[in-house]
Each structure stands twice: as C-alpha cells, then as structure tokens.
Design a protein around this ligand. Structure first.
Ligand SMILES: [Zn+2]
Length: 369
C-alpha cells in the first residue's frame, strides 16, 4: 500500500503527523497534490478538543482511533483524474468547494443543496488537505485562473463567505454599510461591499494597522473602535444609522474577540428597518439585545460560512477569483504567517488560535513542497 503524510488527531486530542493510505481516484473524482493549505480557527478549536459545532462528531470518531482531520481551505495541482471526469487535467492548478451535498436527501432531490441534511465536508467528515494528497469529487473542483497565486487560492473560501454574506444582506445600490471588526472577515467584508453596490462603506476596529488595511480594501470612513463609534455613526449617516451592519468582531475573549459588545453596538448603529449580518461566531446561547432589535424592526441574518447557499456550485469561488484577478481584492495582503511542511502543524495551529499574540491577520498558511 502506498502511503502519504497527513495530519491526524489521536484520542485525547493529540495532533500528530502520520502516514495514511494514499487516496484512490475513483470514477468522477480527482486526486489533488496539496501545495498550500490554510487553517481555520474553527478546525483548530476542534483539533484542540474545544466544544464547538461538530465537536461531538469528532469525539465519537476518536473512540475508534486516530482521525485524519482538517484542511478545507487549500490549493494544489491535479495529480490524477478519474474516469468520467470532463474538463480537468493532470497538472492543472485547482481548489475545491468544501461542502459536498449528499445528493440523495429530500432537500437535494428538490435541488436545495444548501438545505442538505447530510453534506460531506472536506477536512471534517472526509479527509482534507492537511495531507500531501486528497481525493475530491470533480464536481467540487474549481480551477485557479492565471494571475491568481496558490496562496491567494488557498485563502478564497473566506472571501466566498464575505460574498455570500453580502448577497444574503441584499445590499441595494448606494446603501451604507458599516463593518465592525478588522479581522479577515471584516476586511473582506469591506472589499466585497466596495465592489458590490454599496454607497458609504465604514470600518470600525481597534488596530491602526487594520484601519489602514481597511482603507486599502475600500472603506470610505475609518472609525477607531476605541473612540465614540456611535457619534461617528450619527455624523456619517445624518443621524439615522447604517442601512446594513456586518458584525465580525464578536466571540470568545479567549480568542481576542469582543465578546458581545459589538453585537450591542451593531443593534445601536443600524437604522430602523436595517439589516445586520452576524458573521462572528458567538457562544451557543449568547444573549442578544432583542428589545432594541425588535423596536427598530431589524432583520438579523446568519449567513453560512464559505460559499453558503451556493456551496453546491463553483460560481461564487469563480467570482472571487475574478475579484482577485482584476486586482479588486488582494487576499495575499492578509497572509501574514506561512510555515513550511505538515510537520509545522503545531506552530500553524498556535498562530491561528492566538492571532493577536502573533500580530497575524489571516490564519497561518502551510506551504507543502
Ligand atoms: Zn442531501
């Protein structure tokens, strides 16, 4: 049996690199040699044994021994093409959409792939790209166009998430957008609003460096989160508040996030009848300012991460590659830390889980030779 190196989680949530069976290319599938893989905060938390979404699934699988885990944001080169695959060839630079609808549940049979009750997720429910090679259905593969680096391609999934949030918010021409938080999702939210059809785009964050990046990514107004943000909101909007607020800063203080303060701020800064996208991941039972949201008739939207409702199709990824190719969005400007080889998994996890300590913006990327 041929073997490849891969990251595995062992019982007790011990993360290691081990040899696993080389992926076999079946009909309708391709094998991809991984060149770049970017960690996500969520998968690092899962691998470290944190109690977040999908953690019970991983815990159950660990009862049977080590689990190959992680790696849904990646780019590489096609190494093998299975039978019945059209339009893809060995050597082609590609990535893949991470969520794979089951194709047989009641939702899938009605072509509501986004409502699939049992989707497979690359790197979670099936082996992912924290490995030298992975096998994926050809239907999930998206070609990386010329002019887009593999580093940028490995960072495309969060951009797809920002595009999906923008679409879910139904931003109409000229509407004002306030983004709270200058991390990856905040900065990408600014860029997508700018190149969507927003009018005034404002960013509020604490870090001068992130404010500067926000300006480069297209924000018209930069608000120091330590200042009187609501006073700035009043001035910028003639006292009515923003049409749309994108909340990306809330979440666990252990991860350097803002707790619930930015959720309260979002409810205060949005106009009556406006919309808030909750991009941040809060505690499962976090209390919300429901009185204020109700009295202002605010619509609260929880966009899915990644390509969201479009997860079954490559369209959003291709759109994102277009934004990069036309130099409208530069994901590489956010890649602050790159480590070499799978053996650096612990370092990469540490950077990703302690971004403020490392002064990192993107999660760590891993370069595989
Ligand atoms: Zn399904």
């Amino acid at each position: 049996m041929l073997l490849v190196q891969a990251v595995v989680v062992k019982p007790g949530f011990v993360v290691d690199v081990a040899e696993v069976a080389e992926p076999v290319c079946g009909p309708g599938e391709v094998v991809i040699e991984v060149r770049r893989v970017q960690l996500s905060v969520t998968e690092c938390m899962l691998m470290a044994g944190a109690d977040v979404a999908l953690s019970d699934q991983l815990a159950r699988r660990l009862e049977d021994g080590p689990v190959q885990f992680g790696g849904h944001e990646f780019a590489g080169v096609i190494a093998e093409v299975g039978a019945d695959v059209r339009g893809l060839e060995v050597g082609q630079r590609v990535t893949a959409v991470e969520t794979l609808p089951c194709g047989t549940c009641a939702a899938c049979r009605r072509s509501w792939a986004s409502a699939c009750v049992a989707p497979a997720i690359i790197g979670f429910t099936r082996p992912g790209a924290l490995a030298e090679r992975l096998v994926v259905p050809a239907s999930a593969v998206v070609a990386v166009p010329d002019g887009v680096s593999l580093a940028a391609a490995a960072a495309i999934q969060p951009l797809a998430g920002a595009v999906h949030a923008h679409a879910a918010l139904d931003v109409r021409p000229g509407e004002s957008v306030l983004v709270l938080g200058g991390g990856v999702m905040g900065l990408l939210g600014v860029a997508v609003a700018r190149h969507g059809n927003a009018g005034l785009v404002a960013l509020s964050t604490h870090s001068p460096r992130k404010l500067e990046l926000g300006g480069r990514f297209g924000a018209d107004a930069l608000i120091d989160a330590g200042s009187d943000v609501l006073a700035a909101v009043e001035e910028l909007t003639g006292g009515i508040g923003f049409d749309v607020v994108v909340e990306t800063a809330g979440g666990s203080a252990d991860l350097g996030l803002a707790g619930l303060s930015t959720v309260e701020l979002a409810a205060q800064a949005v106009r009556r009848g406006g919309r808030i996208a909750m991009v941040s991941v809060l505690d499962a039972h976090a209390p919300l300012p429901t009185g204020l949201l109700r009295s202002k008739s605010v619509t609260l939207i929880h966009p899915r991460s990644g390509a969201g409702d479009h997860a079954c199709a490559a369209t959003v990824f291709e759109h994102c590659f277009g934004l990069v190719q036309r130099n409208l969005v530069d994901p590489e400007a956010l890649i602050t830390h790159t480590v070499q080889g799978l053996d650096a998994i612990h370092e990469a996890m540490d950077i990703t889980q302690h971004k403020s300590t490392y002064d990192a913006i993107n999660p760590a990327q891993m370069e595989l030779s």
